[in-house]
Design a protein around this ligand. Structure first.
Ligand SMILES: Nc1ncnc2c1ncn2[C@@H]1O[C@H](COP(=O)(O)OP(=O)(O)OP(=O)(O)O)[C@@H](O)[C@H]1O
Ligand SMILES: [Mg+2]
Length: 245
């Protein structure tokens, strides 16, 4: 047993350079088509109850959440939905890099100052993509879990509801911090991103258990890196609480 745990080599690529927006750059690419298939599958899950607030999470770090979340938000916007994409991964935020937006204000500004003191139109810019507005994370606070679990967060989500058809949220991994679990009861559904060849089966099982405990509605999972020998990015979609990954 070693005294010091070796530091895991997580990618900071999307934190430094932003996620790759294939759906915006090349809507005809097969990968963009895969995102549209995921959109359709998620739509099938919402027949009984309309989904207005969706988050994408994963069991651990660097499994492709931010890439999937941003591309899914674009895919919904391309379908004519008015979409708000929120960066609620306050510890490893990426959206300001992905959409090249300032991050001196963002979600944390709204949560620390309160809605009454904020002009939402000023804090939430358009992404440069039609129908898609983006709320960046804002300055990193010392207490992300409390902020996401606050009444202000719920009030904010309620306040933007009349303005958007869909709110899509990038959240931290379930097994790393409690942020996503505490946020999940404010959402209509959660999709688990699973990275082929990387995500541990035990991690998925534990993540699903945690979602069940917090009474979150698991809509299904996105298999990231599917068929990655053929293309740099590949995506599949499955659903249910089983282990059919
Ligand atoms: N399908 C894929 N094929 C190849 N590389 C990918 C794929 N999906 C994501 N990546 C790369 O993996 C890294 C992590 O992706 P991303 O930041 O989207 O994951 P994340 O789960 O949001 O990570 P974090 O836990 O840091 O928030 C990035 O460098 C990204 O470019
Ligand atoms: Mg991320």
């Amino acid at each position: 047993m070693s005294l010091f745990r070796r530091k895991k080599k997580y990618s900071t690529d999307t934190m430094d350079n932003g996620a790759k927006l294939i759906t915006a750059a090349n809507p005809k690419n097969p990968v963009s088509e895969q995102f549209r298939t995921i959109r359709t599958n998620i739509h099938f899950m919402s027949v009984d109850k309309p989904l207005r607030r969706i988050a994408f999470t994963s069991s651990s770090i660097s499994e492709g959440k931010s890439t999937v979340t941003a591309n899914m938000a674009i895919t919904w916007a391309q379908d004519g939905k008015k979409v708000l994409l929120i960066d609620a991964d306050l510890r490893r935020s990426t959206l300001h890099r992905t959409f090249e937006l300032p991050n001196n204000r963002g979600l944390t500004t709204i949560l620390t100052s309160g809605l009454s003191k904020i002009d939402l139109n000023e804090v939430i810019p358009n992404s440069g993509i039609k129908n898609l507005d983006v709320l960046t994370a804002g300055p990193i606070p010392p207490n992300p879990s409390e902020l996401l679990n606050s009444k202000r967060m719920l009030n904010f989500l309620k306040a933007v509801e009349p303005m958007y058809d869909l709110v899509v949220i990038d959240v931290p991994p379930l097994l790393e911090v409690t942020d996503t679990q505490v946020l999940s009861d404010k959402l209509d559904g959660i999709v688990l991103v699973v990275r082929a060849g990387v995500t541990q089966k035990a991690g998925v099982t534990r993540a699903v258990e945690m979602l069940k405990i917090s009474k979150a509605r698991l809509l299904g999972y996105v298999l990231n890196d599917a068929d990655s020998e053929d293309a740099a990015y590949g995506y599949g979609y499955g659903y249910g609480y089983g282990d059919e990954e």
